[in-house]
Design a protein around this ligand. Structure first.
Ligand code: BG6
Ligand code: MG
Length: 215
């Protein structure tokens, strides 16, 4: 049996449902650029970095922009997105998450964040979870986006644990690929059909307990 010493958490879609705010902000940008952006399109942006998300959005709208214009619009979308997440409160933490984090801490299991978002510190602060995390690795501290394993291997290094001693929680296919590429056990959070590359899948943290970390 492997002794799990750390849990690494993705943020968006695992701890909070920020996809809805990303969706509104991207949709408003698409409309400004003259095309529509659907909820189904938004699925393609989960786990994907901000600039790559913009590229996908432009591909959907069949638009091309200069690098400078791209930076301008990515920034504009972010200002809009931040206006939504600044209103987030503790009641937006997904069911069971806080209880599970509390039980990890009580049992000496280390906790790190492994998120692609540059807004991760703000979100954790808004929902009052910052102090639960021993380390935070986010879009400001990695150079390679998921599915590259950097965000998780960096977290494991900071926590002083090996890849085999970690469990990653992820809701995005790119994130599961990142965890597996880093040699880590990965629990998918969401739908089994979409997350089939994960070692096992839970619908939410209400289903999670320390016992399920023994394998
Ligand atoms: C990921 C989200 O966690 O962060 C993506 O799933 C998002 O949808 C990415 O594009 C980057 O987020 P941000 O906050 O830096 O724009
Ligand atoms: Mg996610």
């Amino acid at each position: 049996m492997v002794q799990i010493k750390a849990c690494l958490f993705d943020l968006d879609g695992v701890i909070v449902d920020t996809a809805k705010y990303h969706y509104i902000a991207w949709k408003e940008l698409a409309q400004e650029l003259g095309f529509d952006f659907t909820e189904e399109d938004n699925e393609r942006l989960k786990g994907v970095s901000r600039m790559r998300s913009l590229d996908i959005l432009l591909e959907i709208g069949n638009k091309s922009l200069s690098e400078q214009e791209k930076l301008h619009y990515a920034d504009k979308k972010n200002v809009n997105y931040v206006s939504y997440i600044q209103k987030m409160e503790e009641d937006e933490i997904l069911p069971g998450v806080k209880e599970f984090l509390t039980s990890l801490r009580a049992n000496g299991i280390k906790i790190a964040l492994g998120s692609a978002s540059k807004n991760a510190p703000l979100i954790l602060n808004q929902i009052g979870l910052t102090s639960y995390f021993d380390e935070i690795v986010d879009g400001n501290s990695v150079s390679k986006a998921k599915p590259d394993p950097e965000v998780f291997t960096k977290g494991a290094n900071l926590l002083n644990v090996t890849a085999e001693e970690c469990v990653v929680f992820e809701d995005a296919v790119a994130g599961i690929e990142a965890a597996k590429a880093g040699g880590m056990y990965c629990i998918g959070v969401g739908e089994e059909e979409t997350l089939s590359e994960a070692d096992f899948v839970i619908k939410g943290f209400d289903e999670m307990s320390l016992d399920r970390l023994k394998f």
